[in-house]
Write a protein that binds this ligand. Structure first.
Ligand SMILES: [Zn+2]
Length: 149
């Protein structure tokens, strides 16, 4: 069975458990030096999220959301190829996605963040989403143990 949220049919999404955990990979499209692709953070976040859901999905009732590629990378705005959203826009996008998730029974949302420039904003978004939509939110980073992120 696929644990990709986007593969569900609407009645299946409506039948998810309140104990289910939605995992949203958060990447970036930005310069990573002359040797790596613009998608580096996206690939890291997406791959780790997919592997985690494939490995622990059944045991922990994880559901993989489609990754968010464009995020807050204005620290790399000087570099051609960097595609970024303003903090205001990204907060609005995250709030919109959480509002939509909250129409399902799912009450847990993990941001698996591959880009350090998003970290502070994701903490703010997490608190706002908890208050506005009643979801439990978590911010995780590929390079940090869970108790540090
Ligand atoms: Zn980055």
């Amino acid at each position: 069975m696929s644990r990709h949220f986007a593969d569900l049919r609407a009645p299946e999404a409506a039948g998810l458990s309140p104990d289910a955990v939605a995992v949203l990979p958060i990447g970036s499209i930005e310069q990573h030096g002359p040797h790596l692709p613009l998608s580096t953070d996206l690939v890291v976040a997406e791959t780790l999220a997919r592997d985690a859901v494939d490995t622990f999905g059944d045991a922990c009732d994880l559901w993989l959301l489609p990754a968010l590629a464009y995020t807050k990378s204005n620290e790399h705005a000087w570099s051609p190829g960097t595609m970024w959203l303003s903090a205001t826009t990204l907060l609005a996008v995250l709030d919109d996605l959480a509002r939509c998730l909250a129409t399902t029974p799912v009450r847990r949302l993990v941001f698996l963040n591959g880009h350090g420039g998003n970290s502070a904003l994701l903490q703010v978004a997490s608190r706002d989403i908890r208050l506005a939509h009643g979801l439990s939110t978590f911010v995780m980073h590929p390079s940090l143990p869970a108790d540090h992120g």
